[in-house]
Design a protein around this ligand. Structure first.
Ligand code: ADP
Length: 383
C-alpha cells in the first residue's frame, strides 16, 4: 500500500455501482477514482479519467494513480488485468477469480470441481448435442451464451435446437468461445441471492439471504431477509457462499444468485464479484452497506458487521419506462407522502428498461414497508 495519507481506490466502470461507492469512500476518508466510459457516466462525480477499459494503456495509466483496482462491472479483458498484475498492480478481485464471473462455462466447470450444487448442465457445440440434452431433460432446457450476457440477454428457453440456430452458426459460436452452456430448466420455488464479502486476508462476512424477483430477466424487487427461511437454509446458503468465495479466490463483494427448489435445495445460477443489485437494501438495511464493505474488502481492511438495522428491508428498482422519465419529476410529492422511504436515482438519461434508480424502506412490519415502497414507486412512475 502507498505511504500517502489517503488510501486510493480505483474503480473501473462509471455505472451506478461505482456511483454508490462514492459516499462510503468519502466517509472512510478514501480517495476514490473512477475510470468511466463517458463524461456523463453515473459515477461522473468521481470520474478522474474517461477512457476505454479495453485498452491496456488506458487502464495502466489509470492504475498508476491508485493503490488498488476494482470494478463496477466484469467486462475488463482478462489479458489486461493479467498484464497489470504481472507488473505488480493490486487488482481485487484478482483476474484468476474474475475469470469465472466473465464466462459462465468456466464458472460451471469450477463449481463442479468444487462439488457445489447447480442445475444439471453441459457445454454444447452443435445442434445434435443440444437436442440430446433437451431430450434427456424433459423436452426443455435453458440455453446460455457463456460470455457477454446480462439482465437476461443471452438466456433462452429452448425446446429444440432450431430455436437457437442463430447461436449455433460457426461465426456466432466462435464469438462465444466455441461452446454454449445448456442447463436443465429448474422448477424453482423462488430465486434468492446470498451476498457476502471476503478480503485478501481471508476474512469473510455474509448478509442475510434475500429473495429476488425478476421481471423480463431484470431484478425488480428484493426482500431482505428472504421470507419464511429456516435456519438450516440460511446456514446452507452462507456455507455455499463461503465455499465459492474461498474456492474461487474471490475478494470484495460476492453475490451468489441461486434457485430454491421445492425440496429446499439451493442451486447456484450466477455469480457477481462486485456489489450487486440484490444488495442495494444494505445501504439503509444493514450496519455495513455492500458498497462500504466492498471498499474495505478490496483494501484488505477489517470487514464491517452485516446485521440488519431493522427486521425487514424492501428494495424496488426504478426501471426506465420511456426516454423522458428520470424519476425525479415527482420527487417533491413522493418525499412529502413517504418520508420514511429512501429514494435513490442514478443520474442516468432515461431509457425504457434501464436501471434508473431504486427505492428502499426498512422497518418492523413487512407489509407496511412494502406498501410504502410500492406507493412511492407509483408516484415516481408518473414523473
Ligand atoms: P443473466 O446473466 O443475464 O442475469 P441468468 O443466467 O441469471 O442471466 O438468467 C436470467 C434468468 O433466467 C434467471 O434469473 C432465471 O429467472 C432464468 N434462468 C436462468 N437459468 C435458469 C435455469 N437453469 N432454470 C430455470 N430458469 C433459469
Amino acid at each position: 500500500m502507498s505511504n500517502k495519507s489517503k488510501l486510493r481506490v480505483g474503480v473501473i466502470g462509471g455505472g451506478q455501482l461505482a456511483r454508490m461507492m462514492i459516499v462510503p469512500a468519502i466517509n472512510l476518508g478514501l480517495d476514490i477514482k473512477v475510470l468511466a466510459e463517458t463524461e456523463d457516466s453515473s459515477a461522473a462525480l468521481a470520474a478522474t479519467m474517461v477512457g476505454d477499459y479495453t485498452k491496456f494503456d488506458v487502464v495502466q495509466e489509470f492504475a498508476k494513480t491508485v493503490d488498488v483496482i476494482t470494478f463496477d462491472h466484469e467486462h475488463v479483458p482478462l489479458e489486461i488485468l493479467q498484464k497489470l498484475e504481472a507488473k505488480g498492480v493490486n487488482v481485487q478481485p484478482p483476474s484468476k477469480a474474475l475469470a469465472f464471473a466473465q464466462n459462465k462455462l468456466h464458472m460451471r466447470r469450477q463449481l463442479s470441481a468444487l462439488n457445489l450444487p447447480m442445475p444439471e448442465w453441459a457445454a454444447v457445440t452443435d445442434a445434435e448435442e443440444l437436442d440430446q440434452f433437451i431430450a434427456d431433460h424433459g423436452g426443455v432446457a435453458i440455453l446460455k451464451t457463456p460470455i457477454g450476457g446480462y439482465d437476461g440477454k443471452g438466456v433462452r428457453v429452448v425446446r429444440s435446437a432450431d430455436e437457437a440456430s442463430d447461436w449455433l452458426t460457426p461465426e456466432a459460436l466462435a464469438g462465444f468461445g466455441g461452446e454454449l452452456l445448456v442447463e436443465e430448466k429448474v422448477e424453482f420455488v423462488r430465486e434468492v441471492a446470498q451476498l457476502s464479502a471476503r478480503n485478501p486476508s481471508g476474512e469473510f462476512k455474509a448478509w442475510p439471504l434475500v429473495q429476488t424477483t425478476q421481471s423480463n430477466g431484470v431484478c425488480a424487487e428484493v426482500l431482505a431477509p428472504a421470507p419464511g427461511t429456516t435456519p438450516a437454509l440460511l446456514e446452507l446458503s452462507v456455507a455455499i457462499a463461503a465455499h465459492v468465495a474461498e474456492g474461487l479466490g474471490v475478494t470484495g463483494v460476492l453475490a451468489v444468485e441461486m434457485f430454491q427448489t421445492t425440496d429446499a435445495r439451493l442451486l447456484i445460477n450466477e455469480l457477481a464479484m462486485r456489489p450487486h443489485n440484490s444488495g442495494h437494501f444494505s445501504i439503509e438495511g444493514s450496519v455495513t452497506s455492500q458498497f462500504e464493505q466492498h471498499l474495505r474488502a478490496v483494501l484488505d481492511l477489517p470487514l464491517g458487521e452485516t446485521e440488519m438495522t431493522a427486521p425487514y428491508a424492501i428494495m424496488v428498482n426504478l426501471l426506465g419506462v420511456d426516454s423522458k422519465n428520470t424519476f425525479v419529476g415527482q420527487y417533491r410529492k413522493a418525499m412529502a407522502l413517504h418520508p420514511t422511504v429512501k429514494i435513490h436515482t442514478y443520474g442516468k438519461s432515461a431509457r425504457s428498461g434501464r436501471k434508473m434508480g431504486h427505492v428502499t424502506a426498512v422497518g418492523q412490519i413487512e407489509s407496511a414497508i412494502a406498501s410504502e415502497v410500492w406507493q412511492t414507486v407509483g408516484i415516481l412512475l408518473n414523473g
